[in-house]
Design a protein around this ligand. Structure first.
Ligand code: PLP
Length: 402
């Protein structure tokens, strides 16, 4: 008997399965709206000009060949701390803050969860739903039990459900525009959540997946900064994939704010050991690009304006899709932000769109606005409407001209 017959096979990951189907789909008209990779108006994956400029400078400089320490590049870690917490808080909490480079946002989340589960002996993680499906999988892989709370438009409902949490439980919160809903919390909401976490002794873990992709670099970090002021301890997992268009380079960071400096030093050493026993040390090139931009005033300003243009394009695409798709006006008046739009589509419609039209959305109806472009936006909307309502919408340009 083969030892492999004993293999325990997990449920397959949705994104992996979809990516495989998309690769195998030979239709030229196929349209991958599953991932948050930003495409320009011609449908070409876009790289921010500030990133191209910085990368060019690094490539023409002298090549460094060495291992990084487990915690990664010091320049990058300092710049990431300032970006996430802002200069003022860094000055207040400098001895209570540690940041370590991580392999992307996913790697940062895994480090955060491993640290919580193994070093802090944490057992339970509260995860908001609807959310990013990988949160659940990473938490389970790190050995945690998970509990869901409903992360809808009404924050009072979140608070009611989180009242059931026990001391030392961790709560995972999305810092900026939420994936998949596009909801962004107001300062007032963050204050309420911070107060609840403090009162019930919960550890907030903030997923900072695309700082600058919602309302702006500082506004998107408002929740992290409010929580840092009001909660004694918290963890932030940052991704630099989408806000720097550095998906392949795997750049992320895990930051911990502790109540007293000694815990910060201990936490750093624990994380260094976790990293050493996983992948030893991170890769350097992407982190050099991010540090190069954040530490150069001219490139930093260029990056901010690149991001502002991306936000504007995403907002335009959101408006166009919403006006083409919604026979009724969108429910509620809460403005939505970020890379994704969640549609209320039945599993059958999502299946028909894949099979009959080659249009790929996630099973939960999430459509990536980042992956749309001027050339396909009307076509995609009319095909969605065809399977949803059995009709085509009036073209957007005709609507706004009439
Ligand atoms: N968190 C959320 C909410 C995400 O949507 C993603 C990626 O899509 C990540 C974390 C992971 O980021 P990365 O691609 O850098 O691993």
């Amino acid at each position: 008997m083969s030892i492999f017959e004993r293999m325990i096979c997990r449920e397959k990951d949705e994104m992996n399965c979809l990516n495989r189907s998309i690769r195998l789909d030979r239709r030229l008209s196929k349209c991958d709206l599953t991932s948050g990779v930003f495409h320009d108006e011609d449908g070409i994956p876009y790289i921010l000009p500030a990133v191209i400029e910085c990368r060019q400078r690094l490539l023409t400089g002298c090549l460094k060949s060495r291992y990084l320490a487990p915690e990664g590049m010091a320049d990058f870690n300092a710049a990431a701390t300032k970006l996430v917490f802002g200069s003022e808080l860094v000055d207040v909490f400098y001895a209570q803050l540690v940041t370590l480079q991580a392999p992307g946002g996913t790697g940062a989340l895994r480090l955060a969860f491993d640290f919580y589960a193994s070093s802090l002996q944490g057992k339970r993680l509260w995860i908001g739903t609807p959310g990013w499906s990988n949160h659940q999988q990473i938490a389970v892989a790190a050995g945690m039990n998970t509990v869901n709370f409903s992360q809808g438009l009404n924050v009072n409902e979140w608070l009611n459900e989180l009242e059931q949490a026990q001391p030392y439980d961790a709560v995972l919160l999305q810092a900026g525009a939420q994936n998949p809903t596009g909801v962004m919390l107001e300062a007032e909401d963050w204050n309420k959540i911070a107060e609840l976490c403090r009162r019930k002794q919960l550890l907030p873990i903030l997923d900072n997946a695309c700082q600058g992709g919602g309302k702006g670099v500082d506004k998107d970090a408002e929740g992290i900064r409010i929580m840092s002021l009001r909660c004694p301890e918290l963890i932030v997992a940052s991704s630099f994939s989408k806000n720097f268009t550095l998906y392949n380079e795997r750049v992320g960071a895990v930051s911990i704010k502790t109540s007293v400096p000694i815990f910060a030093n201990q936490a750093k050493e624990e994380l260094q050991t976790i990293i050493r026993t996983n992948y030893s040390s991170p890769a350097s090139f992407g982190a050099e690009i991010v540090a190069g931009i954040l530490n150069d005033p001219v490139l930093y300003q260029a990056w901010l304006s690149d991001l502002a243009k991306v936000r504007k394009t995403l907002a335009e695409r959101r408006n166009i899709v919403q006006s083409l798709l919604c026979r009724e006006s969108p429910k509620g008046t809460t403005p939505l932000y970020g890379l994704f739009l969640q549609l209320d589509l039945s599993p059958q419609v999502i299946f028909d769109l894949r099979e009959k039209e080659g249009i790929y959305l996630l099973n939960n109806g999430r459509l990536s606005l980042a992956a749309l472009c001027q050339q396909n936006i009307e076509d995609v909307a009319s095909k969605i409407n065809k399977w949803r309502f059995g009709r085509s919408p009036t073209p957007y340009l005709k609507q706004i001209n009439s």
